[in-house]
Ligand binder design. Structure first.
Ligand SMILES: [Zn+2]
Length: 89
């Protein structure tokens, strides 16, 4: 079983993997590690690269923004008022 927890301090999704910055609960060291995209949202177990303790990390899910879904709200920001002023020149 895991002897420690690795807390995800920050993370970034790339096209190929998840790049996470983690903190080891055993040695308090910060390290970065890459995970397969398939592991998104899962709890995985691996060894701390600093002290070698066996630990678990809860990997984050991609947010809606990170999935690059289109946001319809942006279309409503268009403003017509500026065009009317420019016609006076
Ligand atoms: Zn450690």
């Amino acid at each position: 079983m895991a002897d420690a927890n690795f807390r995800v301090q920050s993370h970034k999704f790339t096209q190929d993997n998840i790049q996470a910055t983690l903190v080891c609960s055993k040695c308090d060291e910060i390290f970065s590690k890459e995970f397969l995209l398939d592991l998104e949202g899962q709890t995985i177990e691996f060894r701390c690269p600093v002290c070698g303790v066996s630990g678990e990390a809860d990997l984050p899910y991609k947010t809606a923004e990170e999935r690059e879904e289109f946001d319809d709200d942006l279309d409503e920001v268009e403003e017509d008022t500026f065009d009317e002023f420019e016609e006076d020149y």
